[in-house]
Design a protein around this ligand. Structure first.
Ligand code: MRU
Length: 344
């Protein structure tokens, strides 16, 4: 996507340095961070300098490539293994992280020399990032028929280009519809507690000149009930084998409200987000984040001192609430048989 007329991806590799847009500073400051070692890269994922399932995956792949480039000749396998473990431990819910790391390991496993390991690791990490871009462009094409002229679309959190290298998953059909002159309008859930909707999705949509309004998370039902929402599209952090979908906390409520109000509820995600090894939503680990994210806002304490909080970062939407999953291979039902067939 273009920012001030210059094309950007959310993350990329320059020589041995991972470059990433610092998403913690948006929308007020646009800064590219330089992550010089795989340890810097792991910290950047954990501290959410980069976030969003696909971008986490691509960043972790670059981090593992950095580890291969840094590893000493003596004991490099051990060094790379430790880096794999450290990167894998950064965020628990998004399965793209593991899938991307495993792709890099698979690519280097038969290399004969350290030089080959390094070349192959960097090549595979770049291929992973490029595959996300191609997948999101295909998601845009498959999802386009859902976004009719003047469609009013509701989305939750940020499944935009910042979250998945370029184009985004949930936003890709919206951007394509905008390019085709369909003038979509987007309700952007603010997405407490980290406000990825208000800060990131709204910034992305404004940058692409897509009409939109930020709404508080609790307002979605109101707009659906009044017949003002034609479609809900969200991203995913992990899709279980039975079609249950883990996505940002609050997604489940939107799905239930959509069903109650007869609004189609679609999930857009590349096939790398599907985990056939995860049987159902109950098997998806849900990240618990700092309680300060709930108790404070903008660095200022909201709740009385002494009040506790609970802060699950994701929830699970049961497959029965999902109208369809928009992938790079087409739209499929959120059903075990359809997902198995899709992944061949
Ligand atoms: O905690 P985050 O910001 O990394 O959460 C990820 C998300 O933004 C979403 O849940 C999103 O909808 C899917 S990521 C393509």
């Amino acid at each position: 996507m273009r920012v001030k007329n210059k094309p950007y991806r959310a993350v990329w590799l320059e020589d041995r340095t991972v470059k990433a847009i610092d998403q913690r500073l948006l929308p007020h400051r646009f800064k590219v961070a330089s992550l010089r070692t795989h340890r810097d890269t792991a910290i950047a994922i954990r501290e959410m300098l980069v976030r969003g399932a696909g971008t986490i995956g691509a960043t972790a792949a670059y981090g593992l490539a950095q580890a291969c480039l840094e590893a000493p000749a003596q004991g490099y396998a051990d060094y790379v293994y430790r880096a794999y473990e450290a990167l894998l431990a950064t965020r628990p819910t998004a399965i793209d992280l593991k899938h991307a790391l495993d792709r890099v390991i698979e690519a280097v496993k038969d290399a004969d020399t350290l030089g080959q390991v390094r070349r192959k690791a960097a090549g595979e990490a770049n291929a992973i990032a490029a595959d996300y871009v191609v997948a999101c462009q295909a998601i845009a094409r498959h999802g386009l028929p859902l976004v009719k002229k003047n469609a009013r679309v509701l989305t939750h959190c940020n499944a935009g280009w910042l979250a998945i290298v370029d184009w985004g998953s949930a936003t890709a059909p919206i951007y394509l519809a905008q390019h085709r002159g369909r003038k979509p309008f987007v309700y952007v859930d603010e997405t407490r507690p980290r406000l990825q909707g208000a800060q990131l999705t709204a910034w992305e949509l404004g940058n692409e000149k897509v009409r939109h309004a930020v709404i508080v998370d609790n307002a979605a039902g109101h707009f659906m009930q009044r017949g003002l929402v034609d479609l809900v599209v969200v991203g995913a952090d992990r899709i279980a084998a039975n079609g249950d979908v883990a996505n940002k906390i609050g997604t489940y409520e939107k799905a239930v409200l959509a069903r109650e109000n007869g609004v189609p509820f679609y999930v857009a995600a590349p096939t790398s987000t599907i985990s056939l090894e995860t049987a159902t939503g109950k098997d998806i680990p849900i990240e618990e984040r700092s309680l300060d994210e709930v108790l404070c806002l903008g660095g200022k304490r909201l709740a009385p001192v002494g009040s506790q909080a609970l802060n699950p970062a994701f929830d699970v939407t049961p497959a029965r609430f999902v109208s369809g999953i928009v992938t790079e291979k087409g739209i499929v039902k959120a059903k075990a048989s359809a997902l198995k067939k899709l992944l061949g």
